[in-house]
Ligand binder design. Sequence first.
Ligand code: C5P
Length: 217
Amino acid sequence: MAVFQVAIDGPAGSGKSTISKIIAHRLGMTHIDTGAMYRAVTLLAIENKIDLNDEASYRFLESAKISYHKDHIYIDDRLVEADIRGKLVTENVSLVSSFPYVRKKLVEIQKEVAQKGEIIMDGRDIGTVVMPNANLKIFLVADVLERAKRRQQEKIKKGHDVHLDKLVEEIMIRDQKDSTRKESPLRKAEDAIVIDTTALSIEQTVEKIIELIKKAK
Ligand code: C5P
């Protein structure tokens, strides 16, 4: 099967995963949410009670299999979709993903799946590191308040109520950590197209990107 790659990067809560998932379904592409993979490593590290600040303690990754398929994230054969969205994981994922060893392990897996057919992969370093030769690169942005409001709506739907200012703070801290780390920081690839989704609906953003995919083919 011919390889066709779409890279979607952007800050926390910019809609990357939601939008990538819908596009993948509509166009019959494979979607990989790399944020879910970093979250799964964080969950495992917390469960294993390792010292999160010690890069050497992440060697447990030698024997753990983190995989993402059909919109679900697994550690070995265990589905951890719900567990990776908890507060503790969200608070620690930027620290965990800052370690070169952790990134090397996950990027290896991501680069391998990127060679298998038509892929839409979302994250922070997809256009810069994982798929530097992608056919199309998108950098999604949105005002932080709008991103926090979207997160709040998701939480309310799941029956949790969280204050908006708490979410704004959480998103800003994570963006700051992700864009200032040494290893593969959150950064727009030079050849990425920026889409500001602040005033766009999910459907409008999906349509815009599908149009760009059709042009790139
Ligand atoms: O996409 P999501 O917000 O679920 O990502 C969770 C975290 O995983 C990010 O805040 C970032 O620290 C890390 N991440 C990363 N590189 C990626 C995807 C996510 O460092 N490609």
